[in-house]
Design a protein around this ligand. Structure first.
Ligand code: IMP
Length: 183
């Protein structure tokens, strides 16, 4: 689905599919170079990281392993509930492995802090973070994020895996929604 298909729902297009794909290719090249000597395990954070995992891994020119975790911090609204719920654990043991966590978006950083402390306790050989989008407040988080697709304004965005009330994940472009969608 493209922004033009749902023009009535959209306030503003932040990034087109083409801009997102170009940025993913740049990140993939950096990941390839940084992990040239190491086997990387990509850990995707469901559900939002679905698209970035698929595109990043395929844009890479080296082998990678993949696994998934699911957490929930939002419910159906646009504000963090402050509570991170663990919904699905990894299927592999990450002890001694080089883990790259792949996130869709970091807002308050709450989800990421929770994930990182949980994963660190399993003693991976290394642990880095990649996020496609990051909001300003996330900059204050104590967790270092190695790869950032785009820093974005403090607005609720959808598309490219990001949803509002379960919708818009399959929108290729990244947009803000018109006020009537929330009412
Ligand atoms: P944090 O814990 O506040 O950093 O929120 C992280 C999670 O909240 C993300 O993985 C998303 O699932 C969700 N989230 C945060 N901001 C947005 C947004 O603008 N659109 C859609 N989901 C968001």
């Amino acid at each position: 689905m493209r922004a033009a298909d749902i023009a009535d729902d959209i306030q503003r297009v932040l990034f087109t599919d083409e801009q997102v794909q170009a940025r993913v290719a740049e990140l993939a090249a950096r990941v390839d170079a940084d992990y040239a000597e190491r086997d990387v395990l990509l850990v995707g954070v469901l559900n939002g990281a679905l698209m970035v995992m698929a595109d990043l891994s395929r844009a890479m020119s080296r082998h990678c392993a993949m696994d998934w975790m699911a957490v929930s911090s939002y419910g159906s609204g646009t504000r963090s509930s402050g509570v991170v719920r663990f919904l699905k654990d990894l299927t592999v043991d990450i002890e001694g492995r080089h883990v790259l966590v792949v996130e869709d978006i970091i807002d308050t950083g709450l989800t990421l802090s929770y994930l990182v402390s949980n994963l660190r306790s399993r003693q991976p050989a290394s642990l880095n973070i990649l996020t496609m989008f990051r909001k300003p407040d996330a900059a204050t988080t104590e967790v270092e994020v190695k790869y950032v697709g785009f820093d974005i304004p403090n607005e609720f965005v959808v598309g490219y895996g990001l949803d509002f009330a379960g919708h818009y994940r399959n929108l290729r472009d990244v947009v803000t929604l018109a006020p009537h969608v929330y009412s």
